[in-house]
Write a new protein. Structure first.
Length: 154
């Protein structure tokens, strides 16, 4: 059985969308894409990094807040849900009483990359985050990933 893609035309439609489940989605090319739950390893990495970021931010007295994957980012092309989003206090205030969707670039985003999301996380999201001005988009792999560098000819 093939599912018909659900088209979302506006941010308001996305915010108000309810399919009666607890599924999480991102928007790609105006279509909802289900983001399946992470593995235990994926969630453990997120938790470890979140705690480390929190401790370092506190130690350094920075005006930043680490947020787990409930804070979303509106890139030029898509609505994304990074695994960790480190935001400024001003950004935190801007979403305090509304949907947690950032429309400005946070200083740091983290994607924990699982084998099934390599292309989306390393290619699509990296270019989207760069285009919106994210200072540091980090990628953390749950499994070793072979990256073959281009070798310049002499």
């Amino acid at each position: 059985m093939t599912k018909t893609p659900i088209k979302i035309n506006t941010l308001e439609e996305y915010v108000n969308f309810d399919d009666g489940t607890d599924k999480r989605y991102e928007i790609e090319d105006e279509v909802l894409v289900e983001m399946p739950p992470g593995t235990g390893k994926h969630e453990a990495i997120i938790t470890l990094l979140l705690v480390r970021f929190f401790l370092e931010i506190q130690k350094m007295g920075l005006a930043l807040q680490p947020r787990p994957n409930g804070t979303e980012v509106l890139t030029n092309k898509q609505l994304r849900r990074p695994d960790i989003c480190v935001i400024t206090n001003e950004q935190a205030k801007s979403i305090e009483s509304t949907s947690a969707i950032l429309k400005t670039a946070p200083p740091l985003l983290v994607e924990v990359v699982s084998p099934e999301s390599i292309d989306r996380d390393y290619n699509q999201k990296t270019s989207e985050y760069a285009a919106m001005g994210v200072g540091l988009p980090l990628k953390v792999a749950t499994e070793p990933i072979l990256v073959v560098p281009a070798i310049a000819s002499k």
